[in-house]
Design a protein around this ligand. Sequence first.
Ligand code: PEP
Ligand code: MN
Length: 338
Amino acid sequence: MLIVMRSDATPAQVERVVAVIAQQGLTPHPLPGATRTAIGMTGNTGSVEKSLFEVLPGVEDAIRVTKPYKLASREMKKDDSTLRFGDVQIGPKTFTLIAGPCGVESEPVILQTAEHLMSRGVRFLRAGAFKPRTSPYSFQGMGLDGLKILAKARERTGIRIVTELMDTEHADAVEEASDIIQIGTRNMQNFSLLKRVGKCRKPVLLKRGMSATLEEWLMAAEYVMAGGNYDVILCERGVRTFSDHSRNTLDLSVVPPAKALSHLPVFVDPSHGTGKRNYVPAMTYASLASGADGVLIEAHPDPDHALSDGAQTIDFATLDAMLAKLKAMAALFGRTMG
Ligand code: PEP
Ligand code: MN
């Protein structure tokens, strides 16, 4: 059930609704919108009596949410969600680039990347300190030492950090070091991890599972939101198909339905989506055209010597050329480059 408040409802009226939901033994989720607040509720096993809420002052309507995901659904919130990071935002008005090496490899590589990105107006650095590698013999990331390097880059340049959390054990450390916590494709349905980041106070970038349907993906976002963390970014990164010309099949066709069914920002990862650096620019432009709110791209000062995913990693010259084109394209789509 979703309680839609009138646009002139007072904070006290919102609080009253929240209290009545809690009295029913349910969890209230107030979500302020551009013009009015909507209050979702979770935890009910049967149906909830609408009339309990319809009579309360300030309530415009009580609506049953038909989708299995509630808080993530467009029914819950009509407007696109905007995430704010000081003077930077992620949402419908901007097209945001998050770029950086696949993994934290060394302090010089991270500092050099952070400085380059900031000089070009790119405000988010990606790099995994914990790497989920297919082979146990591949570079596994620098772990806690990697987080220290990311913290140094943030302190020195002011760049915001996006880094992956692989297991609950490192949740506190990753939350501390990051501005956005990444959940990887392999963990999209790791429900204990999703519940744990639902308790974190940092936004979560949730990669789509490599064989997950849109509904499964939105249900994974719902796990995070049901825990009280409403700042989720969805990220398409390619799915498994019969095609073998690319590492994965980048499913840009999921972007419009994801945006139609959910108010959450949707990103695309053209690096893991293609597996080949030559294809990254075209798929980045296509991501913007598909309605995505941003891209997550692997970029490195010397991709040929990157310790992981070098083949799909672009160099800084390519990044700069892409940025110039994106700026012109973004204007056409009513966005500014974030
Ligand atoms: C990554 O972003 O480096 C990564 C491991 O991504 P994914 O979970 O999509 O494979
Ligand atoms: Mn990678």
